[in-house]
Design a protein around this ligand. Structure first.
Ligand code: RIB
Length: 294
């Protein structure tokens, strides 16, 4: 069982479904409202655990009801929460999601996720160093992402940096990460001015650009490779990227070569979009393997 440590956000997703997305200044009648656990970090932790990894989550929640639900959901999914702290006087992170016209729009209020500071993460240094791979995203403070990159590099721990949501990164942070997994929008912000092909060639076997339903593109040192996704009936795309990142990290930690790891991750992500909620469709290891073996 590979050891995966996820350093990142955990939130409650407040999801409204609607036939149409309201425009600016417009009011529409929606169809439903549901509250489900989410947050990119927690989603990735749950996905990796369902895929058979030994997962520790490092994060913060508020001392509120959402925080309790978030922690018990992680525990139910087999994630170690020894380093998920409830912060007094702060609200848990929330994500306000509109599901309409076959896609989502999300506003994240970070809340307690801003308390995932370098000093806090340092308390879990031993867990980080003992990991087969670490995953970090960008719903926590920028200095924490920088700290995680530094710690992983110094200790030779592979780090998958999922630069979502988009923000620019210092060049040294990009250099220190082992793997970078932006989508097309995020890669444009990361490497402003450069073409996608130039960037892929600059970072062979390191930069993996997710292109939605087309697949994932990387440069293997000789040529660009596009590893295709699997066509499915889409119910909810929320959490597909998180499932992809977790599955890719698990597969890499298990020693799969890049194309095979991407195929495994694409299969897991495609299954995740067939059910409602960020974590609702995240598959188990058996489900992914059964589909791959068909
Ligand atoms: O990646 C999907 C996640 O992004 C949602 O669960 C929501 O919490 C937002 O952070």
């Amino acid at each position: 069982m590979v050891k995966v440590t996820v350093i990142g956000s955990s939130s409650m997703d407040l999801v409204v479904t609607s036939g149409i997305r309201p425009g600016v200044g417009e009011t529409v009648l929606g169809d439903s409202f549901k509250t489900v656990p989410g947050g990119k970090g927690a989603n990735q932790a749950v996905a990796a655990s369902r895929l058979g990894a030994d997962v520790t989550m490092i994060g913060c929640v508020g001392e509120d009801q959402y925080g309790e639900v978030i922690i018990s959901n992680l525990i139910q999914n087999g994630v170690c929460t020894d380093y998920v702290k409830a912060v007094t006087g702060v609200e848990s992170g929330t994500a306000h999601i509109i599901l309409a016209e076959q896609d989502n729009s999300i506003i994240v209020i970070k809340g307690a996720n801003d308390y995932v500071t370098p000093t806090y993460v340092q308390q879990a240094l031993k867990v980080i160093i003992d990991s087969d791979i670490v995953i970090v995203q960008q719903e926590i403070p920028e200095e924490t992402v920088e700290y995680v990159c530094e710690v992983c590099e110094v200790n030779g721990v592979p780090l998958l940096l999922n630069p979502a949501p988009a923000r620019s990164l210092k060049k040294e942070v990009v250099e220190k990460a082992t793997y970078l997994t932006p989508n097309e929008h995020e890669v444009a912000i990361l490497f402003m001015g450069a073409s996608q092909s130039e960037m892929l060639q600059q970072y062979p076997n390191k930069l993996f650009i997710t292109e939605g339903e087309k697949g994932v593109r990387y440069f293997n040192g000789k040529e660009e490779v596009l590893v295709a996704t699997f066509p499915v009936q889409v119910i909810d795309t929320t959490g597909a990227g998180d499932t992809f990142n977790a599955a890719f990290a698990v597969a890499l930690a298990e020693g799969k070569e890049y194309t095979q790891a991407l195929k495994f991750a694409n299969r897991a992500a495609s299954l995740s979009v067939t059910k409602f909620g960020a974590q609702g469709g995240m598959p188990t290891r058996q489900e992914v393997e059964a589909c791959l073996n068909k």
